[in-house]
Design a binder for this molecule. Structure first.
Ligand SMILES: CNc1ncnc2c1ncn2[C@@H]1O[C@H](COP(=O)(O)O)[C@@H](O)[C@H]1O
Length: 440
């Protein structure tokens, strides 16, 4: 296995050999792995040697390969996306797709060649976007990837079809039709994923297509709130489709977590209308959202007012501003709840427990989370919400399933300091959240 770097290296150094043996022995599921983010560097170098580039692409590809060899340092999540085009340049033929898929599957599912380490994981859900190039159609791409996946038994590997957030309406329709067609032909397609740069696309327009996929019994997982660039509307659009799993959910607001995942009394039921629902109470789960909105409306009321500066400090003016801002804030929250509670939306009997795909190292290295201590995994553990520990893009983050588990067991600040029982329970949650895996 490659040299161990990043947060897991320090975590490993703090563990005893017995801990490592314990972690190795746990059945683990890898549910969030992007094919082209996982190609072993050795395979990339082999592809680069065979590659006969046009001169305009040579420098770019050579630069990226240098970065990959020496270990990429990302300033933020968006640095990550700039690396993908070079990788795609190297994997634009069917032959390269077969080579890379085979290498990635082996990396996860085979024991190391010297047999010193057991397979990284028991079960893998590999995800990829069927690409069309001058050498292949999307259907050919998907077929050859599935051929490789299906070399392993169904208890070990499944494919997820990823679609990028920037995909056009007609392409999205094509991806979903293709995935369904393959599934109906008995091919091992488990689900649809939505991924890509969080700044791109309009997810409202995706919902009808995603609901079609779900309605036709494909699983659904989405990269949701991966960065602070994702808005509440963006997350609500996804949540309205009731994804089975949520990728990252890094910046999912406390309000949405409360609305979707926690048991709170419904407006208009036990507690009466929302205005008397206790939003002024600091203990109310939506209190801080209410306060923020109110403050914003108050400032806007004051700055928009044509009254003189003298009048603006009068009690009667302040009282009007207060009343206006409170009403406006309540209206916004009512709207939020209405969306969350619409028949099309996610709550099931007051609870929606969609498994969260947690990518600890990816979040730390892409700097979407400041530290393990601040990681949202703590919220989900505290609330007994299902999670799966995943790796995301190991080529860049130099991670493996096992290394992510080091971070669970190591003591703070190097890790989360969880007990062995908790770590075993988390590993089982991952296995339970698989889309297609038949029971052994
Ligand atoms: C850092 N975390 C991430 N967040 C969001 N989208 C990601 C991603 N890592 C990869 N992708 C997205 O997955 C697709 C790659 O599929 P392949 O394997 O090329 O088939 C691309 O759309 C890429 O942007």
């Amino acid at each position: 296995m490659s040299e161990i770097v990043g947060p897991a290296a320090a975590a490993l150094a703090s563990l005893c050999p017995d801990d490592v043996i314990f972690l190795q022995s746990l059945p683990k599921a890898e549910l969030h792995a992007h094919l082209n983010g996982y190609i072993p560097i050795k395979t990339i170098l082999e592809l680069a040697q065979k590659y006969s580039p046009s001169s305009s692409q040579t420098t770019e590809v050579a630069d990226i390969i240098e970065k990959l060899k020496s270990g990429v340092v990302l300033n933020d999540l968006f640095d990550f996306f700039s690396l993908m085009p070079a990788i795609y340049t190297l994997t634009s033929t069917l032959e390269a797709v077969v080579t890379t898929t085979c290498a990635v599957l082996q990396l996860f599912l085979n024991p190391t060649s010297d047999a010193t380490e057991s397979p990284q994981c028991t079960y893998l859900e590999l995800r990829t976007t069927p690409r069309t190039t001058t050498h292949m159609t999307r259907e050919r791409y998907l077929t050859v990837v599935l051929d490789e996946v299906e070399m392993y038994p169904a208890t070990r590997a499944t494919l997820i079809v990823s679609v990028d957030r920037c995909t056009s309406d007609s392409d999205l329709e094509e991806y979903i039709s293709l995935a369904l067609e393959m599934k109906n032909r008995g091919r091992r397609v488990g689900a649809i994923d939505v991924c890509g740069d969080p700044r791109g696309g309009d997810m409202q327009s995706f919902t009808q297509h995603l609901s079609r996929a779900k309605g036709a019994s494909l699983g659904l997982t989405v990269h949701i709130a991966e960065s602070t660039n994702n808005t509440t509307e963006d997350s609500l659009a996804f949540l309205s489709c009731r994804p089975d799993r949520l990728g990252h959910a890094t910046s999912l607001s406390d309000e949405l977590k409360t609305l979707f995942f926690e048991d709170i009394p419904q407006p208009g039921t036990e507690c009466g209308p929302l205005s008397e629902f206790g939003l002024r109470d600091p203990l109310h789960p939506l209190h801080s959202k209410f306060q923020d909105l109110k403050e914003g409306y108050f400032l806007r009321f004051v700055s928009d007012s044509t009254e003189s500066e003298e009048a603006k400090v009068q009690m009667s003016f302040r009282a009007d501003a207060e009343k206006f801002s409170e009403r406006a804030a309540i209206k916004d929250i009512e709207e939020m709840i209405k969306q969350a509670e619409s028949p099309n939306n996610a709550r099931v009997n007051g609870q929606y427990k969609s498994c969260i795909e947690i990518c600890l190292s990816s979040n730390l290295l892409c700097k979407t989370v400041a530290s393990l201590d601040a990681h949202h995994i703590r919220y989900y553990l505290k609330n007994d919400h299902p999670i799966a520990i995943c790796t995301d893009d190991a080529l860049l983050f130099r991670m493996s399933c096992l290394r992510e588990y080091f971070l669970l067991l190591a003591q703070p600040p190097l890790g989360l300091g969880l007990s062995r029982d908790d770590v075993a329970r988390i590993a089982q949650m991952g296995m339970d959240a698989a889309f297609l895996r038949p029971r052994d």
